[in-house]
Structure formats: C-alpha cells, structure tokens
Design a binder for this molecule. Structure first.
Ligand code: EPU
Length: 430
C-alpha cells in the first residue's frame, strides 16, 4: 500500500517550479504517431500518465530516447503495429487520442474504451461525431472503438460540437491534420493545452489556425516532419500550489508559469484575501490573514477550471463564512467532500452544488484520494490541518503531479511517501 504521510500546520515558504502540462503532453505524445521523423519534446512532465503513454508507444514500435528527465526524442517513422495494447490503454483516459492518431496515420484505429478518473459518465460521442465528419466509419464493439477511413482517405469537413469538449477538440485536430482538404471545428474548447497541441502540430508542419478561439481550422497537409517543441507549464499544477499556499499560509514564488493562464484562479484567490503578484513567468502567492468566503462556478476556459474545484474547496473550507461551488462540467465531482468532512470541514453536497461553511481548523486523519484532483485536495487539506494526515490511493495523485513530495518539501512541508505491505496501516491521529 502506498501512502503519503503529512504532518500539517506548517506554512509554506520558498520557490517551487512547475512542470510541463499533463493534459497537453497526453495529447502531444499520441500525436507523434503522425510524424515522419524525430520529435524532440522538452518540458515533458515525468508523471505516471506520461510513462504509461510512452509504454504504449514503445509497444507499438516507436523509438524513444530520454535525453534528460524532461526531454524526450520520439520517432514513430517505423511504427508498423497499428494497434495499442488494450491492457495499457484502459488504464488511461487520454488513450482516446490514439483513435485520432491511428486513424490519421494508418487510416484505421482500434482502441479500447478509455479509463481515467471516475466522476460520472464521460462519453466520447463528440469525438466520434468529429471522426465521422471527416469520413471515418466508427463502431463500438466489445469495449473497443473501431474507426475506419474510406479507401480514398479522410477528407475535411465542418463539425459543430454539441458540448465544449477538450478531448473531442484535440482528437479531431489530430485526426484531421493529414486529411485532404480543410476541417473546421466549431464550438471548440479553448484551454491552453488546445493551443499547445496546435502549436506542436504546426511545429511539425501542420496548418492549424484559430486554436484558443471557438473556431479551429485545420488545413490538411500530406505529411508531418520531425522537429522541436517545448510543452507549456501546467496550469492546474500551478493552481494547486497556489491553493496550497492559500490554505496553509506562507509566501511562495511559483515559477515556470504563464500568468495569463492563471487569471481566473488568481482572481478567485485575490477575492478570498490572498496576495498574488505576477511576473513574466512566475507568480508570488502570499497569505497571512484570514481567508474570505467566495463562490465558484466551474466553466470551460477561460472560466474557472473544474480541475481546480477540489483544491479551491479546501481553501473555502477554511475561509470565514459560507461559500458555494457549482460544478457545471461533470455530473458529479464532489465525492471528496465526505473525506474533507472527516477532517473537520463542514460541506453539504446536493448533486452539482457544494455549500461550504468555513471552519477555523481541520484536523488530520486517514483519507483516500478518490481521483487525481480530489487527491491533490487531500494533500492541501493535510498541509493545512493540525496533526497527521495519511492519504491512501495516492496512485491517482501520481498520475498528474511530478515530484510532488520533493516540491512540497522544498517549500517547507513535512510530507513523505511510504510503501507498506498491503493491510498494514500507518497510525493516524484524529
Ligand atoms: N462530453 C460529452 N461527449 C464527449 C466528450 C465530452 O458529452 O464526446 C462531456 C463530458 O461528459 C463532460 C464535458 O463534455 O461533461 C467536458 O468533457 P471534456 O471532453 O472537455 O473532458 P475530457 O477531454 O474527458 C479533459 C481533461 C480533464 C478535464 C476536462 C475538462 C484530459 C486527458 N482530461 O477531459 O482533466 O477535467 O478535459 O477540462 O485532458 C484532470 O486533469 O484531472 C482531468 C480530469
């Protein structure tokens, strides 16, 4: 059993450096399948989701070289095996990008339906709608998505997404890059990682424009060639450290961030009484006084990200007054509130709304990470709480946070990772 043990109640001080964006990396890595030549990619986060995708690509015959902990060379020129191992694919949600990548590269794709964090139904009907628009025939059979291009190849088309979907927007971009003609995605998602994928594809010779707006145009090209790319910093990792300083108190310089990407999170924390100072590629977060209540509604970018909802909930749990969170992206993403309540928070959940009455203190106990960001919230709660917090099921957290222990220790937290034989628990206080 792997656990984090946190001795809470210490303020955070110092400097922390943010890694490359997970949700950009997990799309860019499958997209290397489309490239003839070597892609040299910098700022790749060393997290378990990325390691899994590299294993999948390696299994398919990609040549992968790690030049440094965060710089990779990936050459998929000689990949012949068009299918990915379904045992690996089912372990990661982002494996759905293999559908677009295989379809674009081989003209057919067969990919096991994706796994990932469980917060309600997570359909991929909009991805399928996009692939069908560019001419593919898509079927679902025995837990697999099968997509086949017509003999004449994929052709451009116009797809209007029924819901703003990050995954569908990126998957259609990947699938359409090598199609004949122009594909237009309307009602596209605008997250920073969408722009990053477009920039990566363009660096390899694609012609994608409009990424970051709600209309993206992909002019098909005959082939992509190798090149160099550096992944943007992770907006949500940066936001998580910001929330950690807000909850635990202290003064931390968060470097390797794009402050513009953090606008919505910075604005909310300022509203709650946190001092935020922006620099070119860094943000200083200072919290010495009491946190004030606030309301949050999660929205697609540039709105408040659903992936920051659990972390801001911890800040609200420690703020004065009553705060309200409305989740509007997923059917359910409040499973972690019961765990926070066990630590002394006062949160009432009604489907998509959480009403949070601030308490003065939370106390450590044994909790579990129910998904990646819920796990991040448990870490923040543990840092802010009095006493010892033991977090179980940390595998979720390690899917998306590089060197969490080292980074938190570097800013004064007392946190360690232990592995014990299954069944033996570390005693927790509270
Ligand atoms: N949706 C559909 N049909 C689709 C696709 C999405 O109805 O075909 C719905 C979803 O059910 C959801 C909404 O549209 O209600 C938005 O889903 P989206 O497709 O944007 O989410 P995703 O691509 O599955 C990515 C991130 C998530 C992040 C969301 C929203 C990756 C691998 N995952 O998921 O990241 O929450 O966008 O920003 O990029 C995380 O990092 O912790 C995480 C869960």
């Amino acid at each position: 059993m792997k656990q984090y043990i946190i001795e809470g109640g210490k303020s955070l001080n110092g400097v922390v450096t943010i890694s490359g964006a997970k949700n950009a990396a997990v799309a860019i890595l499958p997209a290397t399948l489309l490239v003839n030549g070597t892609c040299r990619i910098e700022n790749v986060p060393d997290i378990s989701d990325v390691r899994l995708l590299l294993e999948i690509l390696d299994d398919m015959g990609a040549v992968i070289r790690r030049l440094s902990p965060n710089t990779l060379e990936i050459d998929c020129t000689h990949v012949r095996d068009s299918e990915a191992s379904d045992a690996l694919v089912r372990r990661i949600r982002a494996s759905y990008y293999l559908i677009g990548a295989q379809l674009g590269r081989f003209g057919h794709a067969k990919v096991a339906l994706p796994g990932g964090c469980n917060f309600g139904a997570r359909p991929i009907d909009q991805h399928i709608k996009g692939f069908e628009t560019i001419g593919a025939e898509v079927t679902l059979h025995n837990g697999f998505v099968c997509a086949v291009a017509p003999e004449s190849g994929l052709t451009g088309g116009r797809v209007n997404l029924d819901v703003v979907s990050v995954g569908a927007t990126m998957n259609i971009m990947i699938g359409a890059v090598l199609a004949t003609g122009t594909t237009i995605i309307e009602n596209a998602a605008k997250e920073p990682h969408i722009v990053d994928l477009a920039n990566f594809l363009n660096a390899m010779g694609a012609k994608v424009s409009g990424a970051g707006t709600d209309i993206i145009k992909i002019r098909g090209v005959k082939s992509l060639r190798g090149g160099f790319y550096s992944i943007i910093p992770d907006q949500i990792e940066a936001g998580t450290y910001m929330a950690a300083v807000a909850a635990a108190g202290g003064n931390v310089l968060i470097q390797n961030v794009i402050p513009k990407h953090m606008d919505c999170i910075s604005a909310k924390l300022r509203e709650m009484g946190v001092k935020i100072t922006e620099y070119d590629d860094a943000i200083r977060v200072q919290r010495t006084g009491v946190l004030r209540r606030a309301n949050v509604k999660t929205l697609p970018y540039p709105g408040f990200p659903t992936d920051m909802q659990p972390q801001i909930a911890v800040c609200m749990a420690l703020a004065s007054g009553v705060s309200v969170i409305t989740e509007s992206i997923y059917d359910t993403r409040f499973g972690y509130c019961a765990e926070l309540n066990r630590m002394g928070a006062a949160i009432k959940v009604d489907t998509k709304i959480a009403v949070i009455t601030g308490v003065e203190k939370m106390h450590g106990c044994t909790v579990h990470a129910c998904d990646l960001r819920a796990g991040a919230a448990m870490v923040i709660a543990g840092l802010a709480a009095e006493g010892r917090t033991v977090i179980e099921e940390i595998e979720y957290i390690e899917r998306g946070y590089e060197n969490l222990i080292g980074k938190l220790e570097g800013i004064g937290a007392s946190i360690k990772r232990i592995e014990t034989p299954r069944g033996r628990r570390v005693p927790a206080v509270g």
